[in-house]
Design a protein around this ligand. Structure first.
Ligand SMILES: [Zn+2]
Length: 509
């Protein structure tokens, strides 16, 4: 969501990471390739100048009979380890000053959780700032994932006239395309501007996403915008309205005011409870039509999860070490900060959301089972969701919705890459693709919690241990020590806390 913006400090020049190497061999890995295929291994992966040029698989006896030559190569021994594609976060925000002053903090949390690509929906630092960071990342000049900027469909600073007409929409789309946008994020445009904007976006080959603001959803629900060519539906808005058969607007109570965020979020649960039942004709028709239109769902299940258990998100294990102090302040119940709506959140609100989640998750899972594309997006930076950690929680929630762990990984890799139009380049471990990869000691298919940066708690004969957390992440063949990236984050958090305590500016360097 848009809000008052002050740009973050751009990332410093890259000092971390090694490579891309002329020839890098990852030996003995168990591969989870991102396509939905079962894990296999051991395998040796040959990477030359950042491209996967060879995959040498074991025979049926699980032995690699003819490994590739190591001559002139840098080698990493991955025996007993798991190799996955880098994750693509389909709904990300680098943020703005009021969440985390240093962009470096956000990038390192993403890479430290295996996220090597983000679809940046909203560009709170401004499109030009975001494009510049995306280009620096592309050239390997900063420690960051690939960044695809999708500016919000609005003229600029708050208070300017909205884009109302088809002509203005077309001109606006061309302007952002020339400046380097990879797509556009919509909220609640006029139907005329929305339709014309989508048409122009598709003719230019750009991407599109929409958060269907409920003020507009009675005119343009998610199915209508899908018919106009929208690529992805964000969050949960607009879909229940598409399935209304016994009403045409959401039934809100007397005194309801859309601009009262606590009220709006409380009412959100009831929106799902008011729509068609699972398995009804309306439900099935809607899913079928989304499928025929090729629409993607980017549900961001994790970002609202505090709605069903506020205490849990307030006390998440990672906050103390990994949540930047300004982000923590931004999360606190507030009348001004977006998403800080849990100032008086009680039993009744949580129970309604638990029921709403069941229905919403069924919709998402039914769509996946029909053959529809569902991606993993985090929307971190709001509602107690810290970058990186929120993305892993999204994977757990897709699992809860009914996805098999292999389907979860596919949503987070190849399917998100396909939505972004870069699945020929990244998103799976296949010959000819770029080496955007992650390495982990533990099997994430057995337990997704091992992907969290703070690790997973396990009782062993030696006592309680923290296991997991990605050990290395490769972006375009550059090998990063993911443990060190997360240590850098902890250091940044400590430094910012000290700076605030001493009244110094929040520059990291
Ligand atoms: Zn968002």
């Amino acid at each position: 969501m848009p809000f008052a913006s002050k740009p973050q400090i751009a990332a410093p020049d890259r000092t971390a990471g090694e490579g891309p190497h002329e020839r890098l061999i990852l030996r003995g890995a168990t591969v989870i390739d991102g396509t939905g295929a079962a894990a296999y291994g051991p395998a040796d992966i040959v990477i030359e100048h950042g491209e996967i040029t060879g995959i040498w698989e074991a025979s049926h006896s699980r032995t690699l009979l003819e490994p590739p030559s190591g001559e002139g190569a840098v080698e990493m021994d991955l025996t007993g380890k798991y190799l996955l594609p880098g994750f693509c976060d389909s709904h990300a925000h680098i943020g703005n000053w009021y969440q985390a002053p240093n962009a470096e903090y956000v990038y390192k949390l993403w890479l430290g959780h295996g996220v090597t690509t983000v679809r940046e929906l909203g560009c709170f630092n401004g499109l030009d700032w975001t494009v510049q960071e995306a280009r620096r990342a592309e050239r390997g000049e900063i420690t960051a994932p690939r960044i695809h900027p999708y500016p919000a469909f609005q003229p600029g600073p708050a208070g300017e006239d909205p884009i109302l007409t088809a002509d203005d929409a077309v001109a606006w789309v061309n302007n952002v395309a020339e400046r380097g946008a990879k797509g556009v994020k919509f909220f609640a445009p006029t139907p005329e501007a929305f339709r014309a904007g989508l048409s122009e976006i598709n003719s230019l080959g750009l991407g599109s996403a929409c958060h269907h603001d409920q003020r507009r959803a009675s005119q343009v629900h998610a199915l209508q915008s899908a018919r106009w060519g929208l690529a992805s539906i964000e969050h949960w808005y607009g879909m229940p309205e598409a399935m209304f058969r016994d009403r045409t607007v959401q039934h809100v109570g007397p005194g309801y005011n859309h601009n009262d965020e606590p009220q709006r979020f409380e009412q959100g649960a009831h929106l799902w409870l008011q729509t068609a039942d699972r398995g009804s004709a309306a439900w099935e028709e809607t899913l079928e039509e989304f499928l025929s239109l090729g629409t993607t769902l980017s549900p961001t299940l994790n970002i609202y999860i505090g709605s069903r258990d506020a205490a849990r998100v307030r006390t998440s294990e990672w906050h103390q070490e990994y949540t930047a102090p300004q982000l923590w302040e931004f999360f606190q119940p507030s009348a001004v900060n977006h998403g800080s709506y849990m100032g008086d959140w009680g039993t009744e609100q949580e129970i309604a959301w638990r029921h709403a989640y069941q229905k919403w998750m069924s919709f998402v899972n039914d769509y996946k089972n029909l053959g529809g594309r569902v991606t993993a997006g985090s929307d971190s930076g709001f509602i107690y969701k810290t970058y990186g950690f929120g993305f892993i929680e999204e994977l757990e929630l897709l699992r809860e919705a009914g996805f098999h762990p292999l389907e979860v990984i596919r949503a987070a890799t190849l399917d998100s890459a396909a939505l972004m139009g870069i699945d020929a380049e990244v998103g799976s471990i296949e010959k000819g693709k770029r080496a955007d990869l992650q390495i982990i000691d533990e099997d994430p298919l057995a337990n997704l919690k091992v992907l969290y940066g703070h690790g997973h708690l396990r009782l062993t004969p030696e006592g309680l241990q923290r296991v997991g957390g990605v050990s290395h992440v490769l972006r375009d063949g550059v090998v990063y020590d993911a443990v060190q990236l997360r240590e850098d984050v902890k250091h940044l958090v400590t430094t910012e806390k000290e700076a605030i305590a001493e009244g110094r500016p929040l520059h990291a360097h």
